[in-house]
Design a protein around this ligand. Structure first.
Ligand code: ARG
Length: 492
């Protein structure tokens, strides 16, 4: 179709190598919409006759309803396929006009931006669903006391709700980053031509409006060859995957027999071809590995871009491939994460037992000695540490079971100047079970604070949901209006 200067057809090997058709089906519908907007604008600017516009729009509508009719064979990409189809159906005098004042270079990035817009909205809505699910889980697990971990060693006592609340905070930031990326993406590059605009008096603002964009990427070099908005989105997607991957990792660890805190539902677990007892969290492991794919895609995109001269180069086609891949991986990873969390079984008793067997309340004991007896924190830390050492040497007895005569030498050794009765009282009060109730700092796992946090986070989720609905409404309104304009011409 495009070979006005080169002689003959492309070598099949070369055509195959250059083709982007394997991924272009993902942007095909946007290519048609973009073409509709473009020819309507050409007509409005007296650059196309009405009967030609009608013919093109009718054929594009047929294709929209039945995309399979689009013959791809022999074409390098969706843009060539679309023009070839129109020329074949309507003749060159009609079909051969769609590329007036436009090039594949502004066309492809238009399609990619339109696809990105829709995907950001759909991914955002999946995040909101996941956040709401996690907040419900937090509510159900305010009483699920468990150790909180650092270095994957028991650290302080908390509850499962605290992990869920942490996940939702992270996911909110992912949402925020996506919303920021949306603003960068939602600008029209159409009408920039191959690199330097056009002598044809097109109206770029009109096509941007018809396609629901908030303004233009004005500079024609920038519009056709910058991909920083895509990189920004890919970074955001990579960070989101890191959030999902760390959630997956927690669940993977907690579902081992050694921890036994949670269990994923059977219909999400894989098994072993050899060991009949196995119940493996494979989908979560794949969320972990897919995070590497998405992060790798980002690095691929950055590496493709960093050495390119300004202006379009075909390398950008491969950037499109990894970008589309990231969108689809993120979307499916969110779906599976939500489904697994939804059906997650929580073994509260097992968690509680671990807490009862742990010495993770030792920091609370030290803090109570500071608060109630005025000890320097370091002295209290030494005292509490010595108690733990002694309890461990006595085959892991609880701290509250240590006797008066066992405590006395430790008080002397650590120069804590306490009456032994005072220490006994604190040990009796600060049990692992009561530990979280004594916590008062903002953001700690005290259930009173957590209830407040859940309330606020739910309001925030609703706000995001409203914001997203507004964004979608605006986009749908624009595309419905375009549809109305199209049918006003096709029905003429
Ligand atoms: N298939 C190409 C891509 O995906 C479309 C743009 C081709 N432009 C060009 N000047 N060869 O990027």
């Amino acid at each position: 179709m495009y070979r006005s200067r080169p002689k003959g057809n492309l070598e099949p090997e070369s055509l195959n190598f250059m083709s982007s058709l394997q991924v272009d089906n993902e942007i095909a519908s946007y290519d048609i919409l973009g073409t509709q907007a473009h020819v309507i604008m050409l007509y409005e600017k007296n650059l196309l006759r009405l009967e030609i516009l009608k013919k093109i729009l009718c054929e594009l509508q047929i294709l929209r309803r039945n995309p399979k009719q689009l013959e791809m064979k022999g074409c390098e990409d969706i843009h060539e396929a679309l023009e070839t189809h129109l020329v074949k159906k309507l003749g060159i005098e009609v079909g051969g006009r769609i590329q007036t004042g436009r090039s594949r270079n502004d066309q492809v990035i238009l399609d990619v931006r339109m696809k990105a817009r829709d995907e950001i909205n759909s991914i955002s809505s999946k995040i909101i669903i996941l956040i709401e699910r996690i907040l419900r889980k937090a509510e159900e697990n305010l009483d699920s006391v468990m150790p909180l971990y650092t270095h994957l060693q028991q650290a302080q006592i908390g509850n499962l709700a605290h992990y869920f609340l942490a996940y939702s905070e992270q996911l909110f930031r992912d949402l925020e980053r996506l919303s920021f990326a949306y603003t960068g993406i939602n600008k029209s590059p159409l009408g920039s031509g191959p690199v330097g605009g056009s002598t044809i008096p097109i109206d770029r603002k009109r096509t941007a409006l018809l396609l629901g964009f908030e303004g233009l990427i004005t500079n024609s070099i920038d519009a056709t060859s910058s991909r920083d908005a895509i990189l920004e989105l890919m970074s955001t997607l990579s960070i989101l995957m890191v959030t999902l991957s760390r959630i997956a990792e927690d669940i993977i660890i907690w579902s081992t027999q050694e921890f036994g805190y949670v269990e994923i539902a059977d219909n999400f677990a894989s098994t072993s071809s050899a060991m009949p007892h196995k119940k493996n969290p494979d989908p979560l492991e794949l969320v972990r590995s897919k995070t590497a794919l998405v992060a790798g895609n980002l690095l691929t995109a950055i590496t493709i871009l960093k050495g390119l001269p300004s202006g379009y180069s075909r390398d950008l086609q491969d950037l499109k491939v990894v970008f589309l891949n990231s969108l689809s991986v993120v979307s499916s990873s969110l779906g599976i994460s939500d489904a697994i969390i939804k059906s997650l079984m929580i073994h509260k008793r097992r968690m509680k037992q671990t807490v009862l067997d742990s010495y993770a309340s030792s920091i609370d004991i030290a803090e109570q000695l500071v608060m109630k007896k005025g000890l320097a924190f370091r002295t209290a830390h030494r005292l509490s540490g010595s108690l733990v050492k002694l309890a461990i040497s006595k085959k892991m007895v609880p701290l509250s079971s240590l006797s008066k005569h066992e405590l006395e030498p430790i008080i002397v050794e650590t120069s804590s100047h306490l009456k032994v009765e005072e220490l006994l009282k604190i040990l009796a009060e600060v049990t692992p079970e009561k530990s979280v109730l004594l916590r008062s700092s903002e953001g700690s796992p005290n259930p009173v604070q957590q209830k407040l946090a859940i309330k606020l986070l739910k309001v925030r989720a609703q706000k995001y949901s409203d914001k997203l609905a507004k964004r979608r409404k605006h986009l749908n309104y624009a595309l419905d209006s375009l549809e109305n304009v199209v049918s006003s011409y096709t029905k003429m």
